[in-house]
Design a protein around this ligand. Structure first.
Ligand SMILES: Nc1ncnc2c1ncn2[C@@H]1O[C@H](COP(=O)(O)OP(=O)(O)OP(=O)(O)O)[C@@H](O)[C@H]1O
Ligand SMILES: CC(C)(CO)[C@@H](O)C(=O)[O-]
Ligand code: BAL
Length: 288
């Protein structure tokens, strides 16, 4: 049986442990999370395990990525259950920083990524990636990992972190993990637990509509027209509001000129259902 993970709540404790592992030549792979762990998170941890001798997972509900009126207070906090799941995965260390230690009263630094971090999510959550980029920079500086794993479910976030690390010369390999889905294809997410049965039924329509739309695009349909129809289908399926349905180039997330699928691409969707905001995405590749 795997031994219990160490739990660090202070930077001093964390740094001491990391230094010890580094001293014995162990590599460190890091998985940042906001807790309320599900099978999707566990797939990230299994990937991290393959990359390094030591796996560190952080749990921190980061206030700077929530806008006023978003669900910061309501966000599920399940530390005891999370710790058990991480122990079962053989995680070496869980870092659970005290919120005051992340942002003290004098904090005055921002981290803003351009390019890939603009548009899509940023049109609807304008300060979201500023908060994510800031906390990830801080967590990277504290943990100093060799690699870090992020899920493709938050596709634009993954692209933003790749840009951040490249631009700021951080010697950390960023690894993307495929989206884990339930048996109905719904992308697993901590926020799925906000749904009642009705909400879940509607939510599970999103991936069907998305994959059907991607197939039309791959079959040669103009991507903008196909996206418009997918947005209508989402509303008909019971979504209350669609933030975006857009196809962008796979890496730089640039708009496809004229709606023509002329590069490996990604279809990205954000839509609201029963008060919950869902995001999902999938690959779209022109047929040869
Ligand atoms: N279904 C999933 N498949 C792959 N990765 C995932 C999945 N869900 C979350 N992740 C990844 O786990 C990491 C931590 O995410 P987070 O703790 O915010 O969980 P979440 O389920 O995405 O929560 P939220 O409901 O807030 O979006 C991120 O890198 C995220 O992309
Ligand atoms: C990367 C992250 C842990 C930063 O708070 C968060 O945005 C998330 O869970 O995806
Ligand atoms: N997984 C992204 C975290 C957020 O939506 O706040």
């Amino acid at each position: 049986m795997a031994s219990s993970p160490l739990i660090s709540r202070t930077q001093k404790d964390l740094r001491g442990q990391i230094a010890e592992w580094r001293g014995s030549g162990d590599r460190i792979s890091f998985v940042p999370t906001m807790g309320a762990l599900h099978e999707g998170h566990l797939t990230l941890i299994r990937l991290a395990r393959k990359k390094a001798e030591r796996v560190v997972v952080s749990i921190f509900v980061n206030p700077t990525q929530f806008a006023p009126g978003e669900d910061l207070e309501a966000y599920p906090r399940t530390e005891a259950a999370d710790t058990e799941k991480l122990a079962a995965e053989g995680v070496d260390l869980i870092y659970i920083p005290y919120p005051d230690s992340m942002y003290d009263v004098h904090h005055a630094t921002t981290v803003k990524v351009g390019g890939v971090a603009q548009g899509l999510e940023t049109d609807h959550r304008p300060t979201f990636f500023d908060g994510v980029s800031l906390v990830v920079t801080k967590l990277f500086n504290r943990v100093q990992p060799d690699s870090a794993v992020f899920g493709e479910k938050d596709y634009q976030q993954l692209a933003t972190i790749r840009r951040l690390v490249e631009d700021l010369d951080m010697p950390i390999k960023i690894i993307g993990a495929p989206i884990a889905r339930d048996e109905y294809g719904l992308a697993l997410s901590s926020r799925n637990q906000y749904f009642d049965e009705d909400g879940l039924t509607i939510a599970r329509r999103l991936n069907k509509i998305m994959f059907a739309c991607a197939e039309e695009m791959e079959g040669g349909r103009n991507v903008d027209r196909a996206a418009e129809d997918a947005a209508k289908a989402l509303l008909e399926a019971g979504f209350s509001n669609v933030d975006y349905v857009e196809t962008r180039s796979k890496n730089s997330l640039t708009v496809l000129e004229g709606g023509v699928l002329n590069a490996p691409s990604r279809l990205l969707i954000a839509a609201h259902c029963k008060g919950v905001r869902l995001i999902d995405n999938c690959a779209v590749n022109a047929k040869e």
